[in-house]
Design a protein around this ligand. Structure first.
Ligand SMILES: Cc1cc2nc3c(=O)[nH]c(=O)nc-3n(C[C@H](O)[C@H](O)[C@H](O)COP(=O)(O)OP(=O)(O)OC[C@H]3O[C@@H](n4cnc5c(N)ncnc54)[C@H](O)[C@@H]3O)c2cc1C
Length: 476
């Protein structure tokens, strides 16, 4: 007769059930290990499901539908009412969240993963203490521990976030009604996405950041197009300005004073000034797990901390802090921990920003190509040339293909357009496979599709090269 396993002893304990924790747990279970996942929230899924990716994209879908109806059905008078409830714009959210959480919970159960509700703390390298809401405490033992505790909004003390007038990315969607006006502090991904979404929903949005432009890490031409679109739809961008003070008036309005003395008054504010790693109370110092800049957990290339059986993945280890990368880090960390072949390391990470319009990018920027290859050739496709974009009513996009001065290997792809976050994957595959631009000239793509933009950009680049060679021959 085989002995019943100790219910508190596992091969792997994962702390956090967001994308990073999920994929680590599933990989371990698929390899036949006994796995527990500790989660302090009522439901599994993490920030990705409840406050991040899924809710923000559900609201975006509503804004986008409104825009599409306005564009394509001009015979209809489309206007949101003065007191539109945010919840009515996201009627599908509950359904989407429930389906997602149920799917994850069923998947855990189906793979024999034990879900342990409560707040986890490391006691030693192999012991995780879990305190349940009712105060009961359980000590789990494991060979391998994975920390996937995610992040939360970073709200600096000078911005009095009260989740009523001044909200952060966790509380923004708890607003009952769409405000008449919204100030967005920040110029990063979350700020850009929400600023453009609310602007399309008819809210008067002012976006303020210290940087001269939002999304400083992106191709400047893409950002220019974004600003053009945002301001054309009623948004205001104020760049290169520091905020001197933020106050809530007696009437509950938010008054933002800039360093040049300008006052901006709005009904609500979204503070989107970055995120902090969830490391408090985890017992890192007690166990000797080292932290890096801004308190993130320090890991090596295989997501192993300095304590050899403890791994960390996802937002808690810092940038790029995306759902997409967190999942892959979880899978890879577990493969390394269990000695399973994980395949080649990834060094190409696509960026997808769900602003309106979408922005996406993969590979090198123009400046990087110039610096590393002694010059750059840029093939452009304006979406006014793309039949499918005309049919869908969004011709304001652009796709750029970058190569070195020889016009050969694709080194970067940058897109601003509806559908950019999907479209970029075609370029990503070409980049990963080391394809030349000619791959888009020598092969047939479906028509009419947004993918045609790759062929147009490739032709544009090819024609520049032909002209350059002809000019060189003429001079010679
Ligand atoms: C508004 C917004 C929009 C976003 N949009 C996108 C997008 O479009 N695409 C994209 O790829 N990414 C997006 N992200 C980022 C994405 O949500 C995160 O990168 C991802 O959720 C990180 O996954 P994670 O597993 O590291 O952590 P999380 O998803 O944060 O999960 C961590 C989990 O750990 C639990 N936990 C924490 N501490 C403990 C503890 N001590 N004990 C037990 N449990 C604990 C938490 O309750 C949580 O459930 C967005 C984020 C935000 C805020």
């Amino acid at each position: 007769m085989s002995a019943t396993p100790d219910p508190d002893t596992f091969d792997v304990v994962v702390v956090g059930s967001g994308p990073g924790g999920q994929k680590a747990a599933i990989q371990a279970a698929k390899a036949g290990r006994r796995v527990a996942v500790v989660e302090r929230e009522r439901d599994v899924g993490g920030a990705c499901v409840y406050t991040g990716t899924i809710p923000s994209k559900t609201l975006r879908e509503a804004a986008h539908t409104l825009l599409a109806v306005k564009r394509n059905a001009r015979f209809l008078e489309v206007k949101l009412g003065a007191q539109t409830e945010v919840a009515t714009l996201m009627t599908r959210l509950d359904e989407v969240l429930r389906a997602h959480a149920r799917f994850i919970a069923d998947f855990f159960a189906g793979n024999g993963i034990t879900l342990v509700p409560g707040r986890a703390r490391l006691v030693d390298a192999h012991t995780v203490e879990v305190q349940a809401v009712r105060g009961t405490v359980r000590r789990l033992r494991a060979e391998i521990v994975v920390l996937a505790t995610g992040s939360r909004p970073r709200n600096p003390p000078e911005v009095p976030v009260d989740h009523e007038s001044i909200l952060d990315s966790d509380s923004i969607l708890s607003m009952l009604y769409l405000p008449r006006s919204l100030t967005v502090l920040g110029g990063g991904v979350i700020a850009t996405e929400y600023a453009s979404i609310f602007s399309l929903l008819g809210v008067k949005v002012t976006m303020i950041d210290r940087g001269p432009r939002p999304l400083g890490f992106l191709d400047p031409e893409l950002v220019d197009r974004f600003i053009q679109h945002f301001t054309a739809h009623g948004g205001t961008w104020i760049g290169g300005r520091a905020t001197k003070s933020v106050q809530i008036s007696r009437l509950g309005e938010v008054v933002t004073t800039l360093d040049d003395g300008t006052n901006i008054t709005s009904e609500k504010m979204l503070c989107a000034l970055g995120r902090s790693a969830n490391v408090e109370g985890l017992g890192l110092a007690e166990v000797g797990v080292k932290q890096g800049k801004y308190g993130v957990i320090a890991v090596d290339a295989h997501y192993r901390t300095n304590v050899s059986n403890i791994f960390a993945v996802g937002d808690v280890i810092g940038p790029p802090a995306l759902g997409s990368t967190s999942m892959e880090q979880g899978r890879r960390a577990m493969c390394h921990a269990l000695g399973i072949d994980v395949g080649a390391a990834f060094d190409v990470v696509p960026i997808g920003i769900y602003s309106v319009p979408e922005l996406a990018s993969v590979g090198l920027t123009e400046a990087q190509v110039r610096e590393r290859h002694g010059g750059v050739l840029v093939g452009r496709a304006d979406f006014s040339e793309v039949a499918r974009a005309h049919i869908a009513g969004h011709q304001s996009g652009m796709l750029k293909l970058l190569t070195g001065p020889d016009g050969g290997k694709i080194l970067g792809v940058h897109i601003v357009a509806e559908g950019a976050t999907d479209l970029v994957h075609v370029g990503e595959m070409a980049l990963i496979n080391g394809n030349d631009v000619s791959v888009f000239l020598e092969n047939i793509l479906n028509f009419p599709t947004l993918g045609e933009a790759y062929r147009i950009a490739a032709l544009n680049l090819h024609n520049q090269l032909v002209a350059k060679r002809a000019a060189a021959v003429a001079v010679g």
